[in-house]
Write a protein that binds this ligand. Structure first.
Ligand code: SF4
Length: 231
């Protein structure tokens, strides 16, 4: 089995129908072979949704929309096409099988799409027998997203937002420019030193609110754009 559907419901942003899909094998070098989860519209190809703005159903008002690092024409498109032709088993009413498939695995919440679009209880069901998880949300200001503090880091791009999110009870994952300092409560993401998320697992939200937040220097194809915008 390549993957399965674990959720179908309505976006808290615009009430569009969205689907949560878990895929079981990944060649992603940064994360390692984690179970990857995808939050997409049921009715629109992700590239079309990005073009016409209906991706708001699962991206929300993400401030990184124009600097997004996700290659929407690649894995998310393939996942959506497989979904559209009925290629994923619907396990929403088969929690025992779902638990067997994720048992002992590390799970990435939102390889594409914001995990806060899916209510906490559906994630808890998916993660019941998992080894651990990583998750990030840009919806951390929203009242309906607050339960996700348990599982997700608040994604932030400024120190001021990091302070605000921490005051609200979130741990944060902050992207910074090379020049910006690291705060006392932050540690650097070790991915630059070759550590993979599957082995690290630090970005698992605020179950341990005392834990340090994470900071990373911006990298990738949109790095220059980010450096300019946050200089
Ligand atoms: S801190 Fe660890 S889990 Fe978080 S992004 Fe970096 S490597 Fe992945």
């Amino acid at each position: 089995m390549r993957g399965f559907i674990f959720y179908k419901g309505r976006s808290p942003i615009d009430n569009a129908e969205i689907v949560g899909i878990a895929t079981l094998e990944s060649k992603n070098g940064k994360t390692g072979n984690m179970v990857q989860t995808w939050i997409l519209r049921t009715d629109t190809h992700p590239l079309e949704a990005r073009r016409n703005g209906s991706d708001r159903a699962y991206c929300g008002d993400c401030p990184m929309h124009s600097e997004c690092y996700i290659e929407w024409g690649k894995a998310p498109s393939n996942v959506w096409k497989t979904y559209a032709r009925g290629g994923y088993m619907d396990l929403r009413r088969k929690p025992a099988l779902m638990r067997r498939l994720t048992m002992g695995r590390m799970v990435r919440l939102g390889a594409a799409g914001d995990p806060a679009m899916i209510p906490l209880q559906y994630w808890l069901r998916l993660l019941e027998t998992a080894e651990g998880w990583t998750g990030y949300t840009h919806q951390w200001r929203e009242a309906w997203a607050q339960p996700m503090r348990e599982l997700c880091m608040a994604s932030v791009e400024t120190a001021a937002d990091a302070d605000l999110a921490r005051a609200m009870g979130w741990r944060t994952f902050r992207v910074k420019t090379r020049a910006q300092p690291i705060a006392k409560h932050e540690i650097e993401c070790p991915s630059d030193k070759g550590r993979r998320c599957i082995d690290c697992g630090a970005c698992d939200g605020a179950l341990k609110p005392s834990s340090a937040s994470i900071v990373i220097v911006v990298h990738g194809p949109k790095a220059k754009q980010f450096e300019r915008a946050h200089a």
